[in-house]
Write a new protein. Structure first.
Length: 94
């Protein structure tokens, strides 16, 4: 499944267009490499992304790729959260 479809199907992004935009802006990584929206995701892949303002960063490991959109409760069974961190001040270095 495409990464933009998966991010939306697992309720990690509210809309598919938001997920596509995040990929285009370079805020999404698949297995440590910048991901284009069309990249295929398989079970065992790790997806990391930053929010639009660069304040939070999250990483999940895909356990199962659903065939279609699933409920929020069922989506949580399809991935495992690896980490979630808040970036104190994304505009300063160090």
């Amino acid at each position: 499944m495409r990464i933009d479809l998966l991010l939306h199907a697992l309720c990690l992004f509210k809309t598919r267009s938001q997920a596509t935009k995040a990929c285009a802006e370079g805020r999404v990584w698949l297995d440590g490499q910048p991901a284009r929206a069309s990249r295929e995701v398989r079970p065992g892949s790790r997806i990391r992304w930053r929010d639009a303002l660069g304040r939070t960063e999250e990483e999940v490991e895909v356990i199962e790729v659903p065939a279609r959109q699933v409920s929020r409760a069922a989506a949580k069974d399809c991935y495992r959260e690896v980490f979630k961190r808040v970036i104190e001040d994304p505009w300063t270095e160090g």
